[in-house]
Ligand binder design. Structure first.
Ligand code: ASP
Ligand code: MG
Length: 411
C-alpha cells in the first residue's frame, strides 16, 4: 500500500491512512506500506537547498530532501501502534534499499524483503517504509530517486516481498482516458497495459513516476491506482475496489484500439534553417545538444529539393529552450546553417493504444479530424503503440477533446 503526499498531508490524513491499513490487516492481508512526505514538504526542502547555494553538492541535497519521508513513516507507525497494529518504520538505509550513486535521481538496484516477510509472519508487524530514498552501497550515502520517486519505491518493495499487487492510494481514483480537467468526458479505465501506461506517463500524464511502471512491467507486479479519500471503513477489503489496474496486456479482455490521449505543453520547437544536406550534419547538431544533457524528442528533416540545403526541426523540453539556442549558436560554424528559429508556444498531443499494432489508419483519422478543426500539425512522430503531433499550444484543449471523441473515449 503506497500513500502519496496529499494522502499524508497532515495528522488527520495520516490517521485516515492508518485506518486503511488496519482494514486490510484485519481482513487477513499481509501488507507493507510505503509513504511519501507530507504534501509540499519536499518542495520546501528542495527550495531550501537552492537558497542555500545554487551550486549545492547533490549528496547533501539528498541528505536534506530525504528527510520528509522519515517524518511520515514514523508518524504512521505511531498511529498504527495506537490502533493496536504492530508496526515499524524503515528508512532506505535500514532495509536497505540499495541504489546507484546518481544523487538526485538514483536507480534502485536491490532490496532484500526477507526481514519484512519474517516480521509479518512472526508477529504481524507492518513495515512502514520511507518512499523516495535509498542508500548507495559503497559510499553508504543517502540517495533519492527523483521527484515522484516513492511510486518507484512502492513497486520495488512490492517486488521484493513478492506481493500480489501494489496499491497506489492517491488523490485521484484511477487512470483516466485523458486529463479530466481538460476533457470533462474522460473516463476512468478499469485496466490498462503496462506498455500503454508507460507511454501515458512518459507523454505527460502525471499519475505515476515512469520508472515505477517500468519496474512493475519487468517484475510483473500489477499496480492498482485507487483513491485514498474513500472512507476506509466503507471499502470492502474482500471485493475489487474502484480504481485502475495496470497489468499485462494478456489480462485485458476487451482491448480498445485507443486507450488514452496525453498532452504536454512543456515543449519547445527549434528549426535549423538551410543546413547543408550532407553526411554528418545531424551529428553536428545533436552531438553538442547531447553533451549539454539536453533531451531531444521529435525530429523532422526533409530531403532537400535541390540536393544542397534543407531544414531540420526538433523539440526539446521548454525549460531547455534558451540553453539549446545558445549551444546551437556556438556551433553555427561547425553546422553551417543560415539561421535558427523556434517557439515555446507549442504542445505535443499523443494518442496511445496497443490496438494500433493491428489496426491501420488510426493516425490518418486523427489528421483528418484535426484538419476539420483547422489545427495545423507541425511535426509528427509514431511508434508501434502511439503517435504524437506537435501543434500550436493555443489549440491543445481543442485537439485533445477532438481526438478523445474521435476514438470513442467519451463517456
Ligand atoms: N516526496 C517526494 C516528492 O515530492 C517523492 C514522492 O512524493 O513520490 O517528489
Ligand atoms: Mg506522486
Amino acid at each position: 500500500m503506497k500513500f502519496g503526499g496529499t494522502s499524508v498531508a497532515d495528522l488527520d490524513c495520516i490517521r485516515n491512512v492508518a485506518r486503511h491499513v488496519k482494514r486490510e490487516v484485519d481482513a487477513g492481508h499481509e501488507v507493507a506500506v510505503v509513504v511519501s512526505a507530507m504534501a509540499g514538504t519536499t518542495n520546501q526542502l528542495v527550495a531550501w537547498c537552492r537558497a542555500a547555494s545554487a551550486l549545492h553538492d547533490t549528496r547533501e541535497y539528498d541528505a536534506v530532501v530525504a528527510a520528509g519521508e522519515q517524518v511520515t513513516s514514523g508518524l504512521l507507525a505511531i498511529m498504527l501502534e495506537g490502533m493496536g497494529i504492530n508496526a515499524r518504520s524503515w528508512q532506505g538505509w535500514q532495509l536497505p534499499i540499495l541504489t546507484s550513486n546518481v544523487h538526485g535521481s538514483a536507480r534502485i538496484l536491490e532490496i532484500n524483503g526477507a526481514e519484512l516477510i519474517k516480521r509479518f509472519k512472526e508477529r504481524n508487524e507492518v513495515a512502514v517504509v520511507c518512499g523516495f530514498q535509498g542508500v548507495h552501497k559503497e559510499t553508504n550515502r543517502i540517495t533519492t530517486l527523483g521527484r515522484g520517486g516513492s511510486d518507484t519505491s512502492a513497486v520495488a518493495v512490492a517486488a521484493a516481498i513478492h506481493a500480489d499487487r501494489c496499491d497506489i492510494y492517491t488523490d485521484v481514483d484511477g487512470v483516466y482516458t485523458s486529463d479530466p480537467r481538460v476533457v470533462p468526458r474522460a473516463r476512468r479505465l478499469d485496466k490498462i497495459a503496462f506498455e500503454e501506461m508507460l507511454e501515458l506517463a512518459s507523454l505527460g500524464a502525471k499519475v505515476l513516476q515512469v520508472r515505477s511502471v517500468e519496474l512493475g512491467m519487468v517484475h510483473k507486479v500489477p499496480i492498482f491506482v485507487r483513491s485514498s479519500f474513500d472512507r476506509p471503513e466503507d471499502v470492502d477489503p474482500h471485493r475489487t475496489p474502484s480504481g485502475t489496474l495496470i497489468c499485462d496486456e494478456e489480462d485485458i479482455v476487451e482491448q480498445q484500439v485507443v486507450t488514452g490521449i496525453a498532452f504536454s505543453k512543456d515543449e519547445a520547437q527549434i528549426s535549423v534553417r538551410h543546413v547543408p544536406d550532407k553526411p554528418g550534419i545531424a551529428a553536428a547538431i545533436f552531438g553538442p545538444l547531447a553533451e549539454a544533457n539536453i533531451n531531444v524528442d521529435m525530429i523532422v528533416q526533409n530531403v532537400s529539393a535541390d540536393g544542397a540545403t534543407t531544414d531540420l526541426t526538433f523539440t526539446v523540453p521548454a525549460a531547455d529552450y534558451q540553453r539549446s539556442m545558445e549551444v546551437l549558436g556556438k556551433a553555427r560554424k561547425a553546422i553551417g546553417y543560415d539561421h535558427l528559429d523556434g517557439s515555446t508556444d507549442v504542445a505535443k498531443v499523443s494518442v496511445i493504444g496497443i490496438g494500433m499494432r493491428s489496426h491501420a489508419g488510426v493516425a490518418a483519422e486523427a489528421f483528418k479530424a484535426l484538419a476539420s478543426r483547422n489545427i495545423n500539425i507541425r511535426a509528427i512522430t509514431t511508434s508501434e503503440i502511439k503517435f504524437s503531433v506537435l501543434i500550436e499550444a493555443a489549440y491543445t484543449e481543442l485537439a485533445v477533446r477532438t481526438l478523445h471523441s474521435l476514438y470513442d473515449l467519451d463517456k
